[in-house]
Every structure is written in C-alpha cells, then in structure tokens.
Design a protein around this ligand. Structure first.
Ligand code: NZQ
Ligand code: ZN
Length: 393
C-alpha cells in the first residue's frame, strides 16, 4: 500500500425528511447569507426548493437564488453566480440538486474568492480559498456530495475540465434517498453506472497488496449489482435507493481509493463524449468502460479476472485467465445494457467521423501532451482504437 493522507470533513445527514434541517446546518457551519443554486427545475416541480427555503427562513437565514444549471454544467452560469455572490455578499452556497449543481456551486465558491478568471482554477492554478458549500442531493451518481472535485464545461470550444481541492469538500451534505424516487429510470441507471465507474477506476491499480480497498470496492460493486435492478423495477423502493445513495458517496469520497494508484482513463475518454454530444456522463461511461477495459486487459489479466470472479460470479479458468477476465467485462456490459444503458458510440450521439476530433481533444487540448495515463499509458493510436471499438458492429 502507498503512503496517503485522507481528509473527509463532510458532515452527512442521511434519511427521510432530512432536508428540513438545511437551515440549522447552514447556521451550524457559519452561513448567514446563502446562494441557493439549482438545476433545470426538478427541485421546483418536486417542491423540494420550497421546503429548503422554508427551512432557511425558519432559521433566520437570508438567501438569493440562481437556478438553471444544465447537466454537464457550463462556465457561463458560473460567472453569473460569482457576480451574484459578490454583489449580495453571500457567505455560503447551498447546492440543491445533482452532481452538476454541486460542481457549479463549487466553481462559484472558489471563483468568488479568486482575483481573476475562475477558469484559471480549471487550468492548473491551485485553489487556495473557497466559500463553504453545503448540498441537498437529489441523484446518486457523481459523488460530488463527498468529493473534493468539480467538473465544468467551458462553452467556448466545449472544453470539459475537472479541478479539485479539499477546500471544496462540502461542509455538510443532506442525503434523503426518497428525493431520488422522482428520477426517470434512464437517469437512475446513468447514476448507477457512474458509481460503478468510480469503483472500477480505483480497482484498476498498479499498486500491490491493497486487500482492504479491493474488498471495499468489491462490496460496493456487489451492492450496485443487487440494488440497481431493484430500483429500475420499482422506483419507489426506498431501501434500495438508500443503499445506492450511500454507495455513491463511498465510491467517490476516496475512502476506497487511498493508498493505491488509480486509473481514470475511462472517465477521460468519456468526458470528451459528454463535452461534444452533451450525453449523460453515466451513459457515456457505459460505452467507454467496456471498450477501454477490453483494450487494456493484457496489462494485468489477473486484476480483471479477480473482479470477474468476485463480483460477476465467473469461474476462474486457471489455464486461460484472460478468458475469465474478458467474461467479467462482458458481464459488466450485459449488466449495463440490462439497466437501459447504451453500448455504442452512435447511441450517445457519436459517429466515426468525429473520432479524430475526440482523440485530439483528449490527448492534446485537455491538458495532455499526446497521451493519457492511468492503469496504462494510452497514446493517440490507442485512443483511436478504443473509440473505434465503440462503433456499432
Ligand atoms: O436539472 P434538473 O431539473 O434538476 O434535472 C436533473 C438533470 O436533468 C435530473 N435530476 C436530478 N435529480 C433529480 C432529477 N430529476 C428528477 N428527480 C430528481 N430527484 O437529472 C439530470 C442529471 O443531473 P446531474 O446533476 O447532471 O447528474 P449527475 O449527478 O450525474 O452529475 C453529472 C455531472 O457530474 C460530473 C459529470 O461529469 C457531470 O458533469 N462529475 C462530477 C464528479 C465530481 N464532482 O466529483 C465526478 C464524476 O466522475 C463526474 O465527472
Ligand atoms: Zn464519474
């Protein structure tokens, strides 16, 4: 196991009706003037926004609002949020929504206290200060409710980039699984796929002797394998929703990624898809993961065979472990298709003609110098082959 530090200061409040505690929690963490940030309207329609506002008012907290965050959140609204926070002397940001709303909130939080263009903070300038952020989560997916990360798309050139700092870990996150019952099945499945991807990206490691984190990841993957079909079949299944919601947090606050190298190439390959085609991040991952895994399987056949046996119930073929490894990847893909996820580039809006552009963005424009690295190093030719293998056969 490698040396590591792990700092996860978020205060989690989990369960039914917990959004009614938003006001006291903002107060507990020092907020007095709040920006409530939200998405395209689901929280208005469900009545959640009104409940959160009532809770703030009951605690004597004043607020301003900014809605309109789009999935794959854009820089334009971040600039607007920064201006609003400065003008209104906001001292706390409350994200009410999914990963996109939380990521946009984190960008505004850091940008408000940065003397320059906030995009610098997504281009290598370290984040040294940020307003505190709290969240009321409405979809189990990105894990931003417990993570130090934020991903924003710059409209000019549709460049999707991540940034991160422990300063961006939410002060508190309210996780009420019942709030996720209004999700359309496709969004539920895309969220589940993202959670599984966060686990695989950590499982694919070059670090030896990491039994504790291997076993944690396997447990969470087994949970997702059991609970996701239950919520697809019965969206109101609170207990299955609850298990998925906590799995989503654990998958990405890095408790099961410490002390080991990680992959993240499937995410890199995906981010170009959601940047160019505006597809759901999880749907893109359903296409990129199996393709990438099949391409790199020879790098460590036993690692893929291990997850195939322990999670997907494959029989270990000791004479041909690669057969087992590939069977596990097939089972992952079959599972993703069974919950309604796509399996080809075309299904997320892509086409063969776009591949050179996707590869160019991935390996050059997005802060890379011709390669991307994680579990293995992939050059332009490798990335081209991976995108091509996603085309409909
Ligand atoms: O905008 P509204 O109207 O709220 O609708 C949203 C949106 O259309 C809807 N939705 C959310 N909760 C709902 C609901 N609809 C009905 N009922 C509810 N309870 O779902 C749609 C997707 O929402 P979004 O916030 O985009 O989903 P998600 O949480 O998957 O976030 C995706 C973004 O997170 C980034 C992705 O790249 C993508 O931009 N990621 C962030 C990470 C992080 N910060 O650590 C890590 C991830 O790997 C990921 O890259
Ligand atoms: Zn993700």
């Amino acid at each position: 196991m490698d040396n590591f530090t792990f700092y996860s200061p978020t205060y989690f409040v989990f369960g039914k009706d917990t959004e009614s505690q938003a006001g006291e929690l903002v107060k507990k963490f020092g907020g007095s003037k709040v920006l409530i940030h939200y998405g395209g309207g689901s929280v208005v329609r469900s009545g959640l926004l009104d409940r959160v506002k009532s809770s703030l008012s009951a605690s004597g907290i004043s607020f301003v609002e900014l809605g309109g965050v789009k999935p794959n959140p854009r820089s334009g609204l971040v600039y607007e949020g920064i201006d609003l926070c400065r003008k209104e002397n906001v001292d706390f940001i409350l994200a009410v929504g999914g990963g996109s709303t939380i990521d946009s909130s984190k960008a505004i939080a850091a940008g408000t206290l940065y003397d320059g263009d906030f995009w610098d903070l997504y281009s290598g300038t370290p984040i040294t200060a940020a307003l505190p952020v709290g969240t009321v989560l409405t979809i189990a997916a990105a894990g931003s409710e417990g993570s130090p990360n934020t991903v924003i798309t710059k409209e000019e050139g549709m460049i999707k980039r991540g940034s991160g700092s422990d300063l961006l870990r939410p002060k508190f996150s309210i996780l009420n699984p019942a709030l996720t019952q209004t999700l359309p099945p496709y969004q539920t499945a895309a969220g589940a796929t993202d959670i599984m991807a966060h686990l695989y990206e950590r499982y694919l490691t070059n670090t030896k002797e990491v039994e504790v984190t291997d076993r944690l990841i396997e447990a969470l993957l087994l949970t997702m394998k059991k609970e996701t079909p239950r919520v697809i079949a019965d969206p109101d299944n609170y207990d299955a929703r609850a298990n998925i919601m906590w799995a989503g947090m654990m998958a990405h606050n890095n408790s099961c990624g410490v002390g080991r190298s990680q992959d993240w190439t499937s995410h890199g390959i995906e981010h170009e898809l959601s940047a160019l085609y505006d597809c759901a991040h999880g749907a893109g991952l359903a296409v990129t993961m199996p393709a990438n895994f099949r391409y790199v399987v020879d790098h460590d056949v036993m690692r893929f065979a291990q997850v195939a046996v322990r999670v997907w119930g494959c029989q270990m073929d000791f004479t041909d472990p690669k057969k087992t490894a590939l069977e596990g990847i097939d089972k992952l893909q079959e599972f993703l298709i069974s919950i309604g996820m796509p399996s080809t580039l075309e299904e997320v809006g892509g086409s063969k003609e776009d591949i050179p552009k996707l590869v160019q963005m991935l390996t050059h424009v997005n802060g890379n110098n011709g390669t991307i690295s994680g579990f293995t190093t992939l050059d332009e030719e490798d990335c081209t082959a991976i995108y091509e293998s996603m085309l409909r056969k």
